[in-house]
Design a binder for this molecule. Sequence first.
Ligand code: GCB
Length: 648
Amino acid sequence: MSRPGSRGMLRVLCVFAVFDAAWLLKAGMLFPHESSSREVKDLSGRWDFRADYSSNRKQGFERQWYKSRLALTGPVIDMPVPASYNDLTQDPALRDFIGWVWYEREVVVPARWVSDEGTRLVLRVGSAHYYSVVWVNGVKATEHEGGHLPFEVEIGSIIRKDPSLPCRITIAVNNTLTLSTLPPGTIQYMTDRTKYPDGYFVQNINFDFFNYAGIHRPVLLYTTPKAYIDDITVVTDFMDNTGRVKYNVLVQGAAEVALKVTLIDRDGHCVASSNESSGLLKVPDVKLWWPYLMHVNPGYLYSLEVRLLASDGRSTYEDVYTLPVGIRTVNVTKTQFLINNKPFYFHGVNKHEDADIRGKGFDWPLIVKDFNLMKWLGANSFRTSHYPYAEEILQMCDRHGIVVIDESPGVGIKDIRSYGNASLKHHLDVMDELVRRDKNHASVVMWSVANEPASEMGPAEHYFKTVIKHTKALDPTRPVTYVTASNYERDRGAPFVDVICVNSYMSWYHDPGHLEVIDIQLNTQFENWYGKYHKPIIQSEYGADAVAGLHIDPPAMFTEEYQKEVLLNYHRAFDQKRKHYVIGELIWNFADFMTAQGVLRVVGNKKGIFTRQRQPKAAAFILKDRYWKLANETGTLPPWTKYPCLFS
Ligand code: GCB
């Protein structure tokens, strides 16, 4: 990363590099916003559903369930989309199901969309966990590997073959994890017939959250003209009072194109424009994008409106796409994380996409509630532990100024066989998809390629060197990290990261019950890591389980008192080091969340400072006090915070 002093020169190099990288990614994955040239039909709602309980789980493929209506080949149940299917029925076999499940829905497609050959019709799945195959009217349209990122396919030609048919969409989803999936897992067949029935198998995983499955984010049908804006990449910077937005627009479907690119401020005024497909827009009197609690006006967004006029010889097409753009810089020094050249201290949370009933299903009320809680807490940041979150969540972060460490699903890489070529290739593909989707979010300030891999193993060195190098090549403008719980001497990935992110659970997994050792152990932890690598450090996880309502004093494990004491002891150590090289603290976890069943978990992980229903435990108030104090010290509080009664 650049030192602030050498910023000018390095930034220019980075800007060009990022565009080369963006071009390598061939196709874009712009969020489907509506515009005067684009329509969106949300297919959220009730779908037909069947789990394939056959012993090899392949009956659906053998009997071609996609060829006719699902209800004609067997029983179906109601299934909402988006939602995990696991917690929606009273059937334990469905909650713990492993294998293929089938979703189906008939859609009425506006006649205009079908008859107009100049319209592209795109089917987009926000995410489905883990492997998906999609058919339209019995014809295979696409397949996708990976449970947390969107995929899409153009389906106009399939539908236009017989416009009289209703549009039947069938999606088969398989949640089986293997050594080369992200996250990895293994299927274990239990062959002792004295203990297990014939064909009995279990899914083993090395991560601490329930492997919820199904169609987790909205399925959309949307249109674009045949010649269309396929991708936009922006990289921002500023010099004195002038903002700089370097942009590149990728157009598909036409050779002759005319473009108009306009940057519009919040009041609707045009502040810069161009007719080129790539270039630099200069913004006088720039309003920078600032994090929440660091500025009186956080999350300032301009709109980059791109208008395309294209011709393929026979017809002309007009496409309009508007991208929100926050102008800011990110830099890392040996001891600091700089946003807009000012030191930024992460006081935030780790989250999960997790809630009662819907599991990992996308849910606006939950998202809004979580943002309100984070702002109440005074949190300025979170990590998307342990997989990419819904795009709508990042849009909220952009708007509210909540800073994001954007993490890949590289969690639980513990088996040496998961360091092979197939795993590495898939990890690189996932980083491509992640950067392609999230590169334009001002809130995303760092990529995290993994959480707590077995980074002491020999092959981890080549593996993480490659993944981190690849990610930096894709996006030279953001630092890259991975989150470690390994010993500082044995960690093979740390030499390649820009920021050290360390998880530790003193007086919980180590020295359980001994609060008195936190101070000395944390001090040693920080000194060792900094002494060896001379890179800034984030305490990326710490915490303790507390069952809400359980009280014992003097504090004992699993009570609200103990959770509070763990936090207070950690905070004392943070306060000694944050003046030097500790640049952040992220509590584990924002809220209680579901896990697989096991002797260490009382109906899930209880390290939330809020319950799973988002009610505060005692620790939430400790953290709120601290975060607002930190914000007072390190930021510029917006005027409305002068009225704390509104927030207590
Ligand atoms: C960790 C993991 C996280 C777990 C947490 C715990 O280190 O990164 O996924 O949930 O510890 O509570 O054990």
